[in-house]
Design a protein around this ligand. Structure first.
Ligand code: SAM
Length: 288
């Protein structure tokens, strides 16, 4: 690596540096950083190095690639810098309308007892997972005589983002996108903040998960998998692999909802595209 200092006092980050760092990021997280975004990669790595008092990219490289817990922890800090956590409650209305319709018809047809599992696969700071929990609780309230055990799992590759998701405390301004009928699930917590209600906390759990690790056997299967605005960061080949793997995590008749522009022309022999308008959604018709 080139130790000479470039503009703004940031060490030179040449093409071989870009190649090494972008390859490491893609190998470990699937995220691709196109060459045009080389300066983004350089600036983000540099900002973290500055906090640690490191002045050479090679020293930081050694830190994040060596064996040991400190190296693994540092890597998660860097991943947090390099990932985009933009999200909001009920972010894509047509997709959440589909979730609502699905929950309403499932709960209506359910026997006296039903277990319903949802997975928000890259939930960032949690708003998406909490929105699923709000909808499920809201729809379940129409069937007080039934035992409807629904749960939401929210996962992400960014540990700091997951910690915030778990906390469930947000700026009150984020409530703007929450439908009025569900605003009671976010309660005032002082200082312009709101906190997710206890009712929802019993229904949601959060954890670290890297989508590249989907190859493992699916121990749990979900009724609904919500995967929005993450595939766009991966190559097409990686997207296809992830989608094929996600299918294995669905129960029969389970639903997979992607962001409308997350992938084009995807087909799977066991999945049927749903006609819901302005969504990219599929249902598992034949068990895998
Ligand atoms: C733009 S946010 C999307 C948040 C939410 N799904 C939404 O649509 O509002 C993308 C998220 O994908 C996560 N991500 C990136 N690579 C990942 C990977 N390999 N495994 C799991 N999550 C990943 C990022 O950490 C980030 O929180």
């Amino acid at each position: 690596m080139n130790p000479s200092v470039g503009v703004h006092g940031i060490p030179e980050f040449d093409d071989s540096d870009y190649a090494m760092w972008s390859e490491l990021l893609e190998r470990r997280t699937g995220i691709t950083v196109p060459r045009e975004r080389k300066s983004f990669l350089q600036t983000k790595i540099w900002s973290r190095m500055s906090e640690l008092g490191l002045s050479q990219f090679s020293d930081y490289w050694d830190l994040v690639t060596r064996q040991g817990i400190d190296s693994r922890l540092e890597w998660t800090q860097l991943v947090d810098r390099l990932t985009v956590h933009e999200t909001s409650f009920f972010r894509h209305k047509p997709s959440f309308d589909l979730v609502r319709e699905t929950l309403n018809s499932t709960f209506a047809q359910a026997p006296d007892i039903l277990h319903y599992r949802m997975w928000s696969v890259s939930c960032a700071t949690g708003e998406e997972a909490w929105s699923l929990a709000m909808l499920a609780d809201h729809c379940a309230a129409a069937y007080p005589h039934k035992k409807l055990y629904y749960g939401v799992i929210g996962t992400d590759v960014s540990r700091p983002a997951i910690a915030l998701a778990q906390q469930g405390i947000y700026d009150a301004r984020h409530m703007e996108s929450v439908p009025a009928a569900m605003s009671h699930y976010l309660q005032p917590a002082g200082k312009g903040l709101v906190s997710v209600s206890d009712v929802l906390r019993k229904r949601a759990a959060f954890g670290y998960f890297n989508l590249l690790d989907l190859e493992a056997a699916a121990k749990v299967r979900y009724d609904l998998i919500y995967c929005h605005n993450v595939l766009i960061y991966f190559s097409r080949e990686t997207r296809l692999k992830i989608l094929d793997n996600l299918v294995r995590y669905l129960k029969k008749d389970g639903i997979l909802i992607l962001g409308p522009t997350d992938i084009s022309a995807w087909q799977h022999p066991c999945m049927e595209r749903l006609p819901a308008r302005r969504t990219l959604s599929y249902q598992l018709k034949n068990d895998v």
